[in-house]
Structure formats: C-alpha cells, structure tokens
Design a protein around this ligand. Sequence first.
Ligand code: PMP
Length: 451
Amino acid sequence: MADSNFLTEHNARHVWHPMAHPAEMRANPPTIITGGEGAEIIDIDGKRLLDGVGGLWNVNLGYSCDAVKHAITTQLNELPYYSAFRGTTNGPLIELSVALAEFFGPDGMVRSFFTSGGSDSVETALRLARQFHKINGQPERTKFVSLKKGYHGTHFGGASVNGNQNFRRAYEPLLPGTIHLAAPYAYRNPFNTDDPKLIADAIIRQFADEIAFNGADTIAALIMEPVLGAGGVIVPHESLMPGLRTLCDKNGILLIADEVITAFGRTGAWSGSRLWGVQPDMMCSAKAITNGYFPFGAVMIGSRIADAFEADRTAMGSIGHGYTYSGHPVGAAAALACLTETIKQDLPTNAAARGVELLDGLNDLQARHPIIGDVRGKGLMCALELVANRDDKTPAGKDVVGKVYQGAYDAGVMIRTSGNNIILSPTLIISKADVARILDALDAGLKSAHN
Ligand code: PMP
C-alpha cells in the first residue's frame, strides 16, 4: 500500500466522503484504517483500537469471523453472481429465505425480498406498502407517517420520512404526503415532561390526531425504528410501539419496522420489534445481516402482505421493482453464515449483558462529568449527550465533542460523534473487559475535554 502521506493527500484531493464537508476532510484528514482483528481495528500507524462503533452498527461478529469469510470465498468460487429476477434464482438465496422466515417467524415474517443495503430496504418497504393498498382497492392510501429524529436512509423515499433536518434540507422538495410525529426523546421534547410513558402517550395521541386530520384512508404506512439509532440512540418507552401498532390496526395502516440497526441482536433481542412485543407488517434489515462484509439487505414480509400479493393475479400483484443485486448469491451465503454464527455465539444474550454493564458505566461517568447531559441505551446501542450547561441543556460545542473523540482515540478506543452525541455501538462479541476499556477511554476523553 502507498504511504500514509500519499494516501492522505490524495484522499483530500479526490475522495468525497459521505456525511462530511469536503473542506473539513481536508482540514481534518480521516484516519486510514488498514486492518481489523476480533473487536479491534488497526490504523495506518499500527495503532490498535477497540472498535466502539462496530463499523457502522453492523460488524456484530467482529473482524475475524472466519465462518463468514469462508462462506463468502466459497460462494465466490462457486457462483460469484447471478440475478434473481423472474426466471432464475440461487441456492444460498433460497436457504437464507427459509432461515429468515424461521428466525423472524415470531415477528410474523414469512417471506423476504432482497436488496443491496438499508436504504434500498426502506425504499422497497415504502413501495410495497403503497402497492399493497392498491391491490386492496384503496389507491388513495399513499401517505407515510414517521418519527422526528428517525433515520431511514438516503433514497428519496427514505429521506422523505427521515426526521432529521440535516438529511433533508439540501434535497427538498421531498415526497409529498409525509407526516412526522414527535420523537420519543425524553431529554428534549415539546411536551414539557421527561417521563417516557407520558411522552409515548402524547405521541400516540398525536398519531390519532393526524389520522383524524388526514383521513385514515389516505395513509399507507407508519415507518419507525424500534430504537432510534442515528438520531442519537433514542429508546422509547415500551408502550410506544405497541400503542402505535394498535392505532395502525384500527385504521388499516401498515406498520414498517426499520430494523436496519436493530435486527440480529443489537438491542439484546433478536429484533427490536420483538423487544417491544410487536409484530410489524414488514421489517427492513441490512447492516449486520452480513456483518458488514458484503453489501446486502432484506425486507421481510408478513403474511397479510404476502397473501394479498399472492391473491392478485393482475399486473398490480407483480412486484414492479428490483435491484441488480437483489438476492446476490455471495451476500446470501454471507448472511446465512452470519445467522448461524449469531445463534452459535448467542450474541443477543451477550449484547444484553454487556449493554447493562455499559449503560451502568456510562451513568457512573455522568455522575463524574458535568458535560454529560443525558445517557441513553438499550443493549449495545448507547449514547452520551454532551452539554455546555446541564441546567439549560445547551449542546456542547464541536471543539468539546472533538476533544472527547481524540482523548478516547489516544486511549485506544474508536467512538463516533454525531452532533453533540457520542454514539457507542461496539461489536456484539465484546467481553466485560472490553466494556471496561471503552469506559476508561471515554473517561480519559471526557477529562481532556474539561481540563
Ligand atoms: N435505516 C436505518 C435505521 C439506518 O440506521 C440506516 C443506516 N444507518 C439505513 C436505514 C440506511 O442503510 P444504508 O446506509 O445501508 O443504506
């Protein structure tokens, strides 16, 4: 590989990074990652870092999962690609569909449509929701409801239901007919309370109000993350998703669970829907489905939708979209191996246990560091919200957040910053000692920020 200076210089000159300003990338060159082992990554200077971010919430099994690597290379040698459009299919894809129906059977899922990633999965779910209502003779049901602070990817459909201004403004106008309910964000909300149950009640009432205002017969689906990830790890009260599901049922509205982060164990349950005891009509997945080793995703589909499409023998019942890589045999083989490993290593259980330790430790840090305004988490998705002042909750500035990041990095742990939030989503293979390592590094980073 070329040397570090050459790479940094050419990165600044030729690469446009997602979610970043090109000039900022020149001023603050990104770290070049050259290796990964177990729960650690290695930078170009050879520094080993415990990956507190798990790639992008996706490398659940860590960087050395030989079973998945082997499945990928074996499949590459056998059949590196063939399409799953109409006339052809492939073995790994079929086996994976069976395995997903089995593991997400408790969530009511019976079939899968494959994609190249999370944004594709969201786009497909939104499309299928509209199509479902057309099949059912309700073509006016076209609107989508979502939560502020929700993140649903980068395609125009997903961007339209996204609840974060930063991902919308530059691309407006977006899809018409999207309705945003308040975020279940106890620390900051318009409801004058920090009681998660009261906030959930208020959001459910808001949904009822929007249904009455718009007319139930205009709404296709509600899409939500069971635990909001990119919006800053916002964990709703357990009553929120069931309450919204009840209103969907009463009003003929589909529920799409965006489980791109939460499927496959991250919250400590197999899926975020299961965590809250809800059966959605569709589940969007991606990320950990292949442990980040191959771009892949799936929309899992419940029987109500599957049956409706099956019964419609007109052109409307045919799925009028697909991706070149829908059902890629290498992705499917990787996903099958990931499922097997996740079960074998019982990763959801480890995520739950380590998550409790991590959250306890973060709460201890909050008691010692006044710049921590809020601590949130479920399983191995956690966040610290940094403030300049706890009384008025003024968000901490970029410089402070940057110092925490650098301090943690120097202490050997990669964390992620998002606005004034520190996001933690390590691999699900971490040990108790790794949790302590993350907490010690954060402590060092936090100290450096207020010294
Ligand atoms: N939905 C959710 C909940 C996500 O977190 C993400 C990615 N962070 C997406 C959709 C989009 O997935 P991708 O980046 O794979 O397109």
